[in-house]
Design a binder for this molecule. Structure first.
Ligand code: NI
Length: 139
């Protein structure tokens, strides 16, 4: 871990009050950790925008498994991108609905493409890609 630096910020009092209120609601014990999280989130978002290096993504899909051939189509799509799928989880939510969660690691563009291909399938009721990081280069 690198050394810690302290720095001061000039900020509008009302803005700071809102920030403190928000942090309290989110469970932060102090401003520093809230600010560190915002900085990290900003850096990870920029990493995704620049499409630099290895990224991590989590895809969730909710779908009706009775839908004609949908489970097969989703599996087929995943086989095309097998090299970036670290793990997958399938939960039978009820008699009809399934939740599939995929953990992806690799080139950002490939992660996005696979997520889009899966989410856009007819019969997928809800799909989401959460973009995150391998944690390297972020302290
Ligand atoms: Ni199922």
């Amino acid at each position: 871990m690198s050394k810690t630096t302290r720095f001061g910020i000039s900020i509008d009092s009302e803005l700071l009050k809102k920030f403190d209120k928000r942090n309290k609601l989110k469970g932060y014990l102090n401003r520093s950790e809230a600010i560190r999280d915002l900085i990290r989130d900003c850096l990870v978002t920029e990493q995704w925008e620049k499409n630099e290096g290895e990224m991590v993504g989590v895809v969730s899909l909710v779908f009706d498994h009775h839908r004609l051939d949908l489970p097969n189509k989703l599996t087929e799509e995943q086989h095309k991108y097998h090299s970036i799928i670290i793990s997958s989880l399938h939960i039978h939510l009820d008699k009809h609905n399934c939740l599939e969660v995929l953990l992806l690691r690799g080139e950002g563009e490939k992660i996005r493409k696979l997520a889009e291909n899966l989410i856009s399938h007819k019969g997928v009721k809800h799909g989401r890609l959460s973009l995150t990081t391998t944690g390297e280069d972020i302290s």
